[in-house]
Design a protein around this ligand. Sequence first.
Ligand code: C2E
Ligand code: CA
Ligand code: CA
Ligand code: CA
Length: 273
Amino acid sequence: AKNAGRNRFSYFTAALQKASQKRSQLINDLRDALSTKQFVLHYQPIIKLANGAIQKAEVLLRWCHPKRGWISPAEFIPLAEESGIIIEIGNWVFREAVQEVKFLRATGHPEFQISINKSPIQFCSHSLFFQEWLPYLKQLDLPAECLIIEITEKLLLEMGEIGTSKLLALRDAGIQIAIDDFGTGYFSLSYFKKFDINFLKIDQSFVQNSVDCLNDMVLCEAIITLAHKLGLKVIAEGVETIEQHKLLSAAGCDYGQGHFFSQPVTADILRRM
Ligand code: C2E
Ligand code: CA
Ligand code: CA
Ligand code: CA
């Protein structure tokens, strides 16, 4: 029995070692991914429910690994954050996305907005991103309102004073703020006063249960009412069915995003939509 225990132990250590080797290998691969152009941006249209117009899109990062193929951001973003590489990646995402919004605004969509995701560490003390961002927008002759920054409730909670002041500076400059995955974290009502938020994105878990679960439907409606009273717009995430679409429209939701309207697509496809 003693031996079996030891075998099991060494089995687990081996498995753990393997997992940690895989992680550090991926972190190494991440370092090369930018310079060798392994990242691609996809864009998911955000639809105005009242008329079906596409006026915004969320930027979603894709990594095509030379050996492993497509790796989900849910897997590699945490590694990029942990290793600090997210700073460089995030700046690349910003520049690419802003060039795309420049193109869209110049070709028949003068009000187009691009929505990008931000990680907590991109707001940390040594990241100087916003000092580069505003001049870059200026250089491209783009107004700050072309950009929405999506931040999670968790990020707002974890952001220290430096992060908070950076976010406020971006907001002052005219960049818009959306609260991502709204309803799943630790949102404090005081954030509404502090940050002058523009959009709430209702998390897809509420949206998807709203049809079958009365509580989730009531929550969606309550979020929409609260947001509107405060002068915010609401984006419903993960809309997959016509029933969800109808329910959200009836509740007065402003925008929808999800497979019912469109999967995330390449820039080429977005331009033709
Ligand atoms: P998120 O910001 O909540 O993004 C929405 C996710 O829901 C995306 O997954 C999107 O493809 C997926 N989705 C969209 N419509 C539907 C739908 O109708 N049904 C379902 N089931 N899913 C839908 P994705 O692309 O795998 O991204 C996962 C997460 O990775 C994102 O969650 C975001 O937190 C993070 N991420 C993606 N790109 C970036 C980036 O450039 N920077 C940072 N910091 N994080 C990113
Ligand atoms: Ca998001
Ligand atoms: Ca989300
Ligand atoms: Ca999410």
